[in-house]
Design a protein around this ligand. Structure first.
Ligand SMILES: Nc1nc2c(ncn2[C@@H]2O[C@H](COP(=O)(O)OP(=O)(O)O)[C@@H](O)[C@H]2O)c(=O)[nH]1
Ligand SMILES: [Mg+2]
Length: 459
């Protein structure tokens, strides 16, 4: 990549909005500011990080394209570390496209996805884990995920990795001294080195233990609502999402497709899916819908099994209950329509639902909804895993940490079995390399390109 290019992109989504933002980064930015922007006040000094009001003019120097605000942020104190021009104009896609075309005509080229962030990384404005957190923050779907990514973007993981790194650098320095200055030095050094390695390995284990919980926060929990026709599955989806998303009728077999909506439940990201009522299908379409329900069960975290409390249970209810035991999901059993007189309660010991925890609710009127939400979010918190502090949210980081930890284990074995310190030193430098992949200190161009190309354009 040639960093002498000046890149430009529309940074806001293309739709009708009050304002839209265009970003330019690279050596041409100051010159372009003077060409495309005609300040309202004649004495515009283009001070860095100052906001100016004026007109956007086309490359012909005459045609006014919009009235806008412009800021020039001079290097190195900008997002990318280069000279950056930002234009806030009116959020009409036609205006934004026209301004972008003019900038391209004046010598910019269109930015690739993530290219602003990539330049920020290459200029040392942030490390790789921070750039990844920034991209993830933009797409976060729950407040908890947002908090985690924000803290990582501000460098929480970077600092933790740096701490682990310095332990290993010190240990490596001692080992190298032992290698250079003969055998007897190593006898004194080895216990201290082992201590540092152990401390780093423990820190890595601690970070790794946060991964599952963090994934729940960032990727969310998949909840499927299932039951026989007419028990109120679609009504419950609509109630929980607060939107009329699924069609509700008293005609059994109304829902055929899977309808998935993502909601924020007390900070947790929940993907909620409404499904076709399960019964012996009456036609091919319904059969397809019911097959989909069971297939969906394979990749679900929680099954919300719904029964109708106002009508006697039937064999269909019991069959669904039985079949759902074959899947590796947590089952939450709920009895709907509690606003109506109950047709079954006081279950006898031989009843299949006897002694089972049943949540009572009314999807129609909202009774019991808070308890249901608590039950769902309760399942997102897994006992011992921490929910505070630095967490590992990405598979890439997890794999690198595991590699580092494995190298440390190998180093410990080398030391414990009295092998020459070179072997332990080799393992330590492997562990350091793995940590440097997380922060991007050492990383292949291919991996970098892959990471940044998944970002949005204009970011
Ligand atoms: N009284 C009462 N009726 C409900 C409740 N939930 C759903 N219904 C009614 O039950 C019928 C079937 O609802 P629907 O949500 O389409 O059920 P689905 O087939 O399981 O998706 C509709 O007439 C709903 O209005 C409830 O909590 N109380
Ligand atoms: Mg339905």
């Amino acid at each position: 990549m040639t960093q002498t290019d000046t890149i430009a992109a529309i940074a806001t989504p293309l739709g009708t909005a009050g304002v839209g933002l265009i970003r330019v980064s690279g050596p041409l930015a100051p010159e372009l500011a003077g060409r495309i922007f005609r300040p309202a006040h004649p004495n515009c000094a283009w001070l860095s990080h100052h906001l100016y009001h004026g007109d956007i003019v086309a490359a012909d120097g005459k045609t006014v394209l919009d009235e806008a605000l412009a800021t020039l942020m001079r290097k190195p104190h900008s997002f990318t570390g280069e000279d950056v021009l930002e234009i806030s104009c009116h959020g009409n896609p036609l205006i934004l496209q026209t301004i972008l075309e003019q900038l391209l005509e004046m010598g910019c080229r269109p930015a690739h996805p993530g290219e602003f962030s990539e330049r920020a990384f290459l200029h040392g404005r942030m490390d790789l884990s921070q750039a990844e957190a920034l991209a993830a923050m933009i797409c976060a779907q729950s407040t908890k995920a947002l908090q985690m990514e924000l803290s990582q973007m501000k460098g929480s993981l970077t600092r933790r990795i740096d701490e682990l790194r310095s332990l290993l650098v010190n240990a490596l320095a001692s080992l190298e001294a032992a290698i250079d200055f003969s055998e007897d030095v190593s006898d004194r050094e080895i216990p201290a080195v082992s201590g540092q390695i152990l401390q780093a390995a423990t820190g890595m284990e601690q970070l790794l233990s946060t991964y599952r919980q963090a994934r729940l926060f960032t990727q969310g929990l998949r909840v499927v609502i299932a039951g026989k026709p007419n028990v109120g599955k679609s009504s419950l989806l609509n109630r929980l999402t607060g939107r009329k998303k699924a069609i509700v009728t008293d005609i059994p077999g109304t829902t055929r497709d899977l309808i998935t909506e993502t909601i924020d439940l007390d900070g947790a990201c929940i993907h909620l899916t409404d499904t076709a009522g399960i019964r012996p299908p009456t036609n091919a379409i319904e059969k397809e819908g019911i097959d989909l329900v069971w297939r969906q069960m394979e990749e679900t975290d929680i099954l919300l099994l719904l029964f109708d409390g106002s009508k006697p249970l039937t064999d269909e209810d019991f069959q669904i209950l039985e079949q759902s035991q074959n899947y590796n999901v947590k089952i939450l059993m709920t009895v709907n329509k509690c606003d109506l007189p109950p047709a079954w309660n006081n279950l006898l010991p031989d009843h299949p639902l006897y002694g089972k925890p049943l949540l009572s609710l009314s999807a129609k009127f909202g009774n019991g909804l808070e308890d249901l939400k608590k039950a769902i979010t309760g399942l997102t918190e897994s006992g011992e895993a921490p929910t505070e502090g630095v967490m590992i949210t990405r598979l890439r980081h997890k794999l690198a940490l595991e590699a580092a930890r494995n190298s440390l284990k190998a180093a410990q074995t080398c030391l414990a079995t009295g092998q020459s310190p070179e072997f332990a030193a080799f393992e330590l430098s492997e562990a350091l390399n793995a940590l440097d992949e997380i922060t991007g200190k050492k990383i292949s161009e291919d991996v970098l390109a892959r990471i940044f190309s998944s970002f949005c354009i204009g970011k």
